[in-house]
Design a protein around this ligand. Structure first.
Ligand SMILES: [Mg+2]
Length: 168
Protein backbone atom coordinates (compact mmCIF):
# COMPACT_ATOMS: atom_id res chain seq x y z
CA UNK A 1 0.00 0.00 0.00
CA UNK A 2 1.39 3.34 -1.05
CA UNK A 3 0.92 6.20 1.36
CA UNK A 4 1.28 9.72 0.01
CA UNK A 5 1.35 12.99 1.88
CA UNK A 6 0.72 15.98 -0.38
CA UNK A 7 2.27 18.91 1.40
CA UNK A 8 1.78 22.65 1.10
CA UNK A 9 4.11 25.15 2.83
CA UNK A 10 2.46 28.57 3.18
CA UNK A 11 -0.06 28.45 6.02
CA UNK A 12 0.89 24.83 6.71
CA UNK A 13 4.57 24.93 7.71
CA UNK A 14 5.06 28.68 7.86
CA UNK A 15 2.26 30.25 9.86
CA UNK A 16 0.78 33.71 10.39
CA UNK A 17 1.27 33.47 14.15
CA UNK A 18 4.91 32.44 14.07
CA UNK A 19 5.91 35.00 11.42
CA UNK A 20 4.05 37.70 13.33
CA UNK A 21 5.83 36.74 16.55
CA UNK A 22 9.27 36.83 14.91
CA UNK A 23 8.56 40.23 13.39
CA UNK A 24 7.28 41.58 16.75
CA UNK A 25 10.44 40.32 18.44
CA UNK A 26 12.60 41.95 15.79
CA UNK A 27 14.00 38.56 14.73
CA UNK A 28 14.59 37.45 11.15
CA UNK A 29 11.53 35.68 9.78
CA UNK A 30 13.04 34.55 6.47
CA UNK A 31 16.18 32.87 5.23
CA UNK A 32 17.57 32.39 1.72
CA UNK A 33 14.67 30.06 0.88
CA UNK A 34 11.73 32.05 2.20
CA UNK A 35 9.63 32.42 5.34
CA UNK A 36 10.86 30.31 8.23
CA UNK A 37 8.75 27.34 9.22
CA UNK A 38 6.92 27.30 12.53
CA UNK A 39 8.71 24.81 14.82
CA UNK A 40 5.36 23.55 16.18
CA UNK A 41 4.06 22.81 12.68
CA UNK A 42 7.34 21.05 11.83
CA UNK A 43 7.01 19.03 15.03
CA UNK A 44 3.51 17.95 14.00
CA UNK A 45 4.87 16.89 10.60
CA UNK A 46 7.52 14.86 12.43
CA UNK A 47 4.75 13.19 14.45
CA UNK A 48 3.13 12.10 11.18
CA UNK A 49 6.37 10.80 9.67
CA UNK A 50 7.36 9.01 12.89
CA UNK A 51 3.96 7.27 13.02
CA UNK A 52 3.75 6.46 9.31
CA UNK A 53 7.41 6.08 8.28
CA UNK A 54 6.58 4.84 4.79
CA UNK A 55 4.50 7.95 4.01
CA UNK A 56 5.95 9.59 0.93
CA UNK A 57 6.10 13.38 0.95
CA UNK A 58 5.04 15.03 -2.30
CA UNK A 59 5.37 18.82 -2.36
CA UNK A 60 2.42 20.78 -3.75
CA UNK A 61 3.61 24.15 -2.48
CA UNK A 62 4.20 26.77 -5.16
CA UNK A 63 7.73 27.13 -3.71
CA UNK A 64 8.63 24.23 -6.05
CA UNK A 65 7.79 26.58 -8.92
CA UNK A 66 9.10 29.85 -7.45
CA UNK A 67 12.44 28.91 -5.84
CA UNK A 68 12.55 25.60 -7.75
CA UNK A 69 12.74 21.90 -6.95
CA UNK A 70 16.50 21.81 -6.20
CA UNK A 71 16.26 24.61 -3.68
CA UNK A 72 13.27 22.98 -2.00
CA UNK A 73 15.33 19.79 -1.59
CA UNK A 74 18.24 21.83 -0.24
CA UNK A 75 15.90 23.60 2.16
CA UNK A 76 14.74 20.22 3.44
CA UNK A 77 18.32 19.39 4.43
CA UNK A 78 19.36 22.81 5.70
CA UNK A 79 16.28 23.22 7.86
CA UNK A 80 16.62 19.63 9.11
CA UNK A 81 13.09 18.70 8.06
CA UNK A 82 11.53 15.32 8.96
CA UNK A 83 11.23 12.61 6.31
CA UNK A 84 12.36 12.73 2.73
CA UNK A 85 10.88 14.48 -0.27
CA UNK A 86 9.63 11.78 -2.63
CA UNK A 87 8.36 14.04 -5.38
CA UNK A 88 6.67 17.27 -6.39
CA UNK A 89 3.53 17.92 -8.37
CA UNK A 90 3.80 19.61 -11.73
CA UNK A 91 2.14 22.96 -12.33
CA UNK A 92 -1.28 22.57 -13.88
CA UNK A 93 -1.89 24.54 -17.04
CA UNK A 94 -5.55 24.34 -18.01
CA UNK A 95 -6.23 23.64 -21.65
CA UNK A 96 -9.24 25.85 -22.14
CA UNK A 97 -9.69 24.84 -25.75
CA UNK A 98 -10.31 21.19 -25.07
CA UNK A 99 -12.24 21.85 -21.91
CA UNK A 100 -16.01 21.51 -21.82
CA UNK A 101 -17.84 21.76 -18.51
CA UNK A 102 -15.03 21.89 -15.97
CA UNK A 103 -13.98 25.38 -16.90
CA UNK A 104 -14.56 26.91 -13.49
CA UNK A 105 -13.08 23.94 -11.67
CA UNK A 106 -9.93 24.27 -13.77
CA UNK A 107 -9.37 27.76 -12.45
CA UNK A 108 -10.32 27.21 -8.82
CA UNK A 109 -8.90 23.71 -8.38
CA UNK A 110 -5.45 24.05 -9.94
CA UNK A 111 -3.75 22.23 -7.10
CA UNK A 112 -6.42 19.55 -7.20
CA UNK A 113 -5.54 18.90 -10.82
CA UNK A 114 -1.84 18.74 -9.92
CA UNK A 115 -2.61 16.11 -7.29
CA UNK A 116 -4.87 14.14 -9.66
CA UNK A 117 -2.18 14.18 -12.34
CA UNK A 118 0.51 13.07 -9.92
CA UNK A 119 -1.64 10.16 -8.73
CA UNK A 120 -2.37 9.10 -12.32
CA UNK A 121 1.35 9.05 -13.12
CA UNK A 122 2.78 7.60 -9.91
CA UNK A 123 0.18 5.66 -7.97
CA UNK A 124 -1.54 3.23 -10.27
CA UNK A 125 -2.25 0.59 -7.63
CA UNK A 126 -3.94 0.96 -4.27
CA UNK A 127 -2.94 4.12 -2.52
CA UNK A 128 -3.85 6.14 0.54
CA UNK A 129 -3.25 9.84 0.41
CA UNK A 130 -3.74 12.97 2.45
CA UNK A 131 -3.59 16.56 1.25
CA UNK A 132 -2.34 18.95 3.92
CA UNK A 133 -3.33 22.43 2.83
CA UNK A 134 -4.83 25.61 4.27
CA UNK A 135 -6.86 26.30 1.13
CA UNK A 136 -9.74 24.46 -0.52
CA UNK A 137 -8.78 24.42 -4.16
CA UNK A 138 -9.16 20.72 -4.64
CA UNK A 139 -11.47 18.43 -6.58
CA UNK A 140 -14.67 16.82 -5.23
CA UNK A 141 -13.06 13.34 -5.31
CA UNK A 142 -10.28 14.66 -3.05
CA UNK A 143 -12.47 16.23 -0.37
CA UNK A 144 -12.32 13.30 2.05
CA UNK A 145 -8.53 13.23 1.65
CA UNK A 146 -7.90 16.80 2.70
CA UNK A 147 -6.87 17.79 6.19
CA UNK A 148 -7.53 21.50 6.18
CA UNK A 149 -4.97 23.41 8.15
CA UNK A 150 -5.52 26.73 9.94
CA UNK A 151 -2.96 29.15 8.41
CA UNK A 152 -2.55 30.95 11.75
CA UNK A 153 -1.38 27.73 13.40
CA UNK A 154 -0.08 25.47 10.65
CA UNK A 155 -0.19 21.70 11.19
CA UNK A 156 -1.41 21.05 14.73
CA UNK A 157 -1.10 17.83 16.71
CA UNK A 158 -4.85 17.30 16.05
CA UNK A 159 -4.19 17.63 12.29
CA UNK A 160 -1.37 15.12 12.70
CA UNK A 161 -3.65 12.62 14.43
CA UNK A 162 -6.28 13.02 11.69
CA UNK A 163 -3.62 12.60 8.97
CA UNK A 164 -2.18 9.49 10.61
CA UNK A 165 -5.69 8.00 10.83
CA UNK A 166 -6.26 8.54 7.11
CA UNK A 167 -2.85 7.14 6.10
CA UNK A 168 -2.65 4.08 8.33
MG1 LIG B 1 -1.04 27.44 1.55
Amino acid sequence: MKRILFLDFDGVLNTYNYTKRLVAEGKPYRDEYGDLFDPEAVHSLKTIIDSVPDAKIVITSTWKDTIGADKVRQLWKDRDMPGKIYGMTKPFIPDFFSMDSDFELAITAGKGHEVRQWLVEHAKGKCRYVILDDMSYFLPEQESHQVKVDPFLGITEADAVKTIGLLE
